[in-house]
Design a protein around this ligand. Structure first.
Ligand code: ZN
Length: 196
């Protein structure tokens, strides 16, 4: 179980929503935003610490990357852009991102504690892409070290009948947390290019 407080999740989810606003509206896409955040080892974000310094909760993480729908060339998704930009910033292939993340979560190989990687996305990651591109769920699983995915809303059934993304992530040991409070604004931004 994660020890990251809900207020911190909401803070980064809002930053993901800011990313979503930058996505160009398109009738066949949702405008989604994502941010990847590294939290220091659990000892430093444990309950006692949080109770002592609740006001610091929002600043405990380090934002490693951001992304939004259609940010990169092609029909790209937010989570895809977020991971892909991090890979290219470190001159590694998208396929090798797990090696990069491995060094981020365990900066000191002697330490027992590892840092925690959390991916924030305004909408539940996709499990199927009609274009045949690699779905975001599979990219997140391939990245290996993302422990938690925080979503603002589940995917509405406009384009796919039912998104089983959450179940597949959980089956692969990744915690999925839905954080409420921004649903209305997330969906308004997501549907910016839609007729209805
Ligand atoms: Zn996707």
């Amino acid at each position: 179980m994660t020890t990251i407080p809900q207020s911190t999740h909401l803070h980064y989810l809002r930053l993901a929503l800011e990313q979503a606003r930058r996505s160009p509206p398109k009738p066949t896409n949702y405008c989604v935003g994502a941010v990847l955040v590294l939290f220091p080892a659990p000892a430093r974000i444990g309950k006692e610490h949080v109770q002592d310094a609740e006001e610091d909760a929002e600043t405990t993480g380090t934002m490693l990357s951001t992304g939004y729908t259609l940010e990169l060339e092609g029909n790209t998704h937010a989570e895809q852009c977020c991971l892909s930009k991090l890979a290219s910033a470190h001159n590694v292939d998208d396929d090798s991102i797990h090696e990069l993340l491995s060094s981020q979560i365990r900066p000191n190989s002697q330490a027992d504690n590892t840092n925690t990687l959390v991916l924030y996305t305004t909408m539940e990651p996709c499990i199927l892409r009609l274009s045949g591109a690699v779905p975001c769920v599979d990219r997140i699983i391939a990245a290996k070290y993302i422990r938690t995915v925080v979503c603002g809303v589940s995917e509405p059934d406009t384009f796919v009948e039912k998104n089983e993304g959450r179940a597949k992530l959980e089956a692969n040991g990744i915690e999925v947390v839905n954080v409420g409070g921004l649903e209305e604004e997330i969906l308004r931004v997501a549907r910016a290019g839609h007729d209805t």
